[in-house]
Unconditional design. Sequence first.
Length: 480
Amino acid sequence: MTASSATTTRRRRRALSRLLVAVPLLATGALTGVPVAHAAGADDIRVNEVVTTGDVNDSIELFNKGTTAVDVSGWILKDDDKSHSYKIASGTTLAPGAFRAFDVSGSFGLGSRDEARLHLADGKTLVDSFAWSSHSAASWSRCADGSGAFKQVGTLTLGSANSCGTGGGGGGSTTPVAWPGGSSVANADASHLFGQDLSGLHQEGNVLWGAQNSGKLWRLVRDGAGGWKPDTTGGWSSGRSLRFPGGSGSPDSEGVTLTGAGSAGGVFVASERNGDASGTSRLSVLKYDVSGSGSSLTATKEWNLTSDLPPTGSNLGLEGITWIPDTALTGAGFKDASTGAVYDPARYTAHSGGVFFVGVEGTGMIHGYVLADSGTYTRVASFGSGMSGVMELQWEPQASRLWAVCDDTCDGRHSTLKVDTGGAFTTTAVYNRPTGMPNYNNEGFSLAGADECVAGSKPVYWSDDTNDGGHALRRGTITC
């Protein structure tokens, strides 16, 4: 996205929501911890998070604090008006420790003084509820999950553990510290080469892949001066236009990554919408065969994740994507949220040999997916980034850490996350941008490999969506 007036308005809304002063009201069952329902497993299901304002549709999250799965098919969500109801879809089951957010905005709105109520399928038996007297800013969250009192927190965590002051990813330090590399930053492209909207980056040796929001993919090669220029072969001179499967549409391409097979195994692009229908979210991962030539590329496969993720504004969806190999995850003891057990790649049919992690701008959440070759998918993780938005994700194999990057909305901060002893990704550090770099609208970030380490440092690159000063690419350094 560009730093448009719409972006400015969005940031003002966020700022206003954070200034709201909220006072919770005592809710029957919700704050007292007194079970109010008598059905199999019902006493273990809790209203866990409520969102009433901001960039996400009005939503209610449920959490299973018990030790057995609970079928919540047909259960009813209501606000304080008995005539308003949302029926949970058939086949909906909450595993032990599972979180599930429901977008209720199509059925009713959650006001500044309102209530979220959960009933059994009869619509009468109350399971749990929570009432409030001011809009969420950004979230009304139980602390601790499933058992504590509700409080206002600044980070949305729909679909995952609440951010209760223990770190965005479930622990670790969130106090920003100095950039772990050189303070100076230099331009890494020719003047006005890309214009605006250059977003995701991924380095593959002597090639830098770049995703541009206008539905374009770039293949960049080294310019001999520490920067990058377009490849002049294979139709890449001006980038290649992207299309959805079948050759239609224009993906709003925000992020790009590769698997262990490299670009020969396909280039994967994260898109938040179809530019030809820009008002509608389409949260997709697209695979492209880049071996041919020509001016455009048609996706060979699409994994449309829209229905599986909490709704966001159409311009606040998937911004970053990275791939982590199965071997790295199993070696770290990564826990599969869909099963509650240690991640077992053999459980899944043919896939990429790893997990794709996508970052959501509007919520700051990161979600992990096994994308099957057949086109199906399974969500195996959801966790907070430690920041209000995610514009880029990068896996750094040499350090076994995941980088999450926020743009000028967060003053250009970066967070790193690792798998903790409990099998979950946890924030290990939050870094300020280099002191020599202004607060640019950086939506892309890429790290060089260990083979480029010289005297303890290696290059890193940023893409500036706004093309400040006529440049969209910049380079700096980081400690190896």
